[in-house]
Design a binder for this molecule. Structure first.
Ligand code: PEP
Ligand code: MG
Length: 573
């Protein structure tokens, strides 16, 4: 029997072997289907069994995670259990099957759409977002109705196959034992992908066709590096999988020797390697690998998957622990970068925006919600009493934004000192360069910042007008574009002329293939996830900075991606 190979994009490295658990999109179109009059009872029974199976699953999940769950996640589970017991919902489903002779799946679809209309008509954004919960519950009933053999229990050792996975559910999935994820949509630059890398959870995205081809219980091999998904692996595939695990282990061992080595080029230039972090584990790993500090601590994750905003104390503890975790090395904490695309369930009631990437996100949102900003800034300033903290401002596009947030910081620092808190004498404030306007007109506000960090993930999407989450334009969404390279060179030059420290914290900083290119452009500080820190250190140690700098003019004159790729090959040989 030969295996079937499906191809997606590798989004979080690592290989996984496991049984598939298919999660169909809850709103998947189920065509109208009617059943024969004598099949009604059997269909009702099928539906009731599926609902009961979904209830049992929910109960077991709750028990398994007892004590390990934040209260808010527990609340979601309660809500899901309540929906499964809702007499009105159950009665309506039975009625649709009985009187209209709909199939159970179609009855679910009809009832879901009816309720969706009610939810969508609600004024309250929080209530509106309950539609996700309804969809989740209906999706689970559907899964039991269709595919799932009763013998498959739990998620341990399973590979989730789904349409998309939200950043907020990743940690929970991993805690439930999921060993890998394959999604039919999504992009390697999405926040889910970034978080999956942080959790070391293999992830393949944009693997079209997986939802049709893969069934519950199928055995899969997932390679989060190459993006390959092997369905029903043959003996050869299993051998290759084991071989790959051995290679990965060997590479990790080899890289392990670089833990205590400097990030120094062959010609003696020291490059600063900072870490991107989202969790305590990331901080611990960054410390262990000798990162020079944290270059980007994303605070959004503290705000996700909950109904109320974290208060000052909770935030303070979290930031202080990151500072203590780095024992004296600088910790750059980015203030909240949420927008309508990520803010649901955070307690930040935002109206839905047609185009959230261009909407009220990052610094714009914080200036529009001064209370939210002040709570976070107070917590951050208090954390500065425990070690060097730097405040990083996301999505800056104007000088006024920088001035406005700095005014708030100065005012709050005064209040906190008066309250008796011990703050650092000076808390540096820096700007993310991720909006082309900020890059192009950097000299218009550079006198107001202590440091800069280029967020290439967003800079690429805004510069090339290519959504970082949209698979349809993923070919276009690439840092290997002459416009990006020229803009980076311009930012490097402006920062150098003004003596302002500059780093890159987008995902390209953690891609060792990009290291020679970034060094050639004059970047000397990179901030990256600890998972690839040693690979990038190795790439630095194999580079000769002077040679790369000499190749920069040629790089900047290139006109297309192929040319840039050829330059990259030439630069490393
Ligand atoms: C970026 O845009 O490059 C960045 C680092 O921020 P995020 O990925 O969180 O938007
Ligand atoms: Mg960004």
């Amino acid at each position: 029997m030969s295996a079937l190979r499906l191809q997606g994009h590798g989004a979080s490295r690592g290989s996984a072997l496991g049984r598939a658990r298919v999660r169909l999109p809850p709103t998947q179109d189920v065509g109208e289907k009617r059943i024969a009059a004598n099949a009604v009872d059997a269909e009702l029974q099928r539906l009731h069994q599926a609902i009961e199976a979904a209830r049992t699953e929910m109960r077991e999940l709750r028990q398994r995670l007892q004590g390990a769950l934040p209260a808010e996640v527990g609340e979601f589970l309660d809500l899901h259990a309540m929906l499964l017991d809702d007499p009105e919902l159950l009665f309506a489903l039975d009625e649709l099957i009985r009187s209209h002779r709909y199939s159970a799946a179609y009855a679910l679809r009809v009832q879901r759409d009816k309720l969706a209309q009610v939810f969508e008509g609600m004024e309250d954004d929080y209530l509106k977002s309950r539609l996700d919960d309804l969809d989740h519950v209906i999706g689970r009933i559907n899964a039991f109705l269709h595919k799932r053999p009763a013998s498959v229990k739990g998620l341990a050792g399973e590979i989730l196959v789904c349409e998309n996975v939200a950043p907020s559910e990743l940690a929970q999935l991993q805690a439930q034992g999921v060993v890998g994820i394959v999604s039919s949509a999504g992009s390697p630059l999405s926040h889910s992908a970034i978080l999956a890398r942080s959790l070391h959870l293999p992830l393949v995205v944009a693997a079209s066709g997986v939802l049709h081809r893969i069934n519950d219980g199928d055995v899969l091999i997932v390679d989060g590096g190459s993006g390959e998904v092997v369905l029903d692996p043959a003996a050869d595939d299993l051998r290759q999988y084991r071989q790959r695990l051995r290679e990965l282990a060997r590479e990790q061992r080899e890289l392990g020797h670089l833990r205590s080595k400097p990030s120094r080029t062959l010609d003696g230039a020291d490059i600063t390697l900072l870490a991107n972090a989202e969790s305590r584990e990331d901080v611990a790993q960054a410390h262990a690998l000798g990162a020079h500090g944290l270059g980007l601590y994303r605070t959004e994750f503290l705000f996700l998957q909950r109904n109320a905003l974290p208060d000052e104390e909770e935030q303070f503890h979290s930031y202080r622990d990151a500072v203590l975790g780095m024992s004296g090395r600088p910790v750059t904490i980015r203030i909240l970068d949420l927008g309508a695309d990520k803010a649901d369930r955070t307690g930040l009631a935002l109206g839905s925006e047609e185009n959230p990437a261009l909407g009220l996100r990052g610094i714009r949102l914080l200036l529009a919600r001064p209370k939210v900003a002040d709570t976070q800034l107070r917590a951050l300033l208090r954390a500065s009493g425990y070690g060097p903290v730097r405040i990083l401002v996301p999505m800056v596009s104007t000088r006024e934004e920088v001035l406005a947030i700095k005014r708030r910081i100065v005012k709050l620092a005064g209040i906190l000192r008066a309250e008796g808190h011990a703050l650092a004498e000076h808390v540096p404030v820096g700007a993310m360069i991720e909006v082309p306007a900020a890059a192009l007109a950097l000299d218009s506000f550079i006198d107001q910042v202590d440091f800069l960090s280029i967020g290439t993930n967003d800079l690429v999407q805004y510069l090339l007008a290519a959504d970082r989450n949209n698979e349809a334009v993923s070919e276009l969404y690439s840092p290997l574009h002459p416009a990006l390279l020229r803009l980076l060179a311009q930012v490097v030059e402006t920062a150098r002329a003004h003596g302002v420290p500059l780093s890159v914290c987008g995902e390209i900083a953690g891609d060792a293939r990009m290291t020679p290119l970034l060094l050639a452009l004059g970047l000397t500080e990179l901030s990256l996830h600890p998972a690839t820190l040693l690979e990038v250190r190795r790439a630095i140690r194999e580079s000769r900075l002077a040679d790369l700098r000499a190749l920069a003019p040629k790089l900047l004159a290139l006109r297309d991606r192929r040319g840039i790729e050829r330059w990259m090959i030439q630069a490393t040989t």
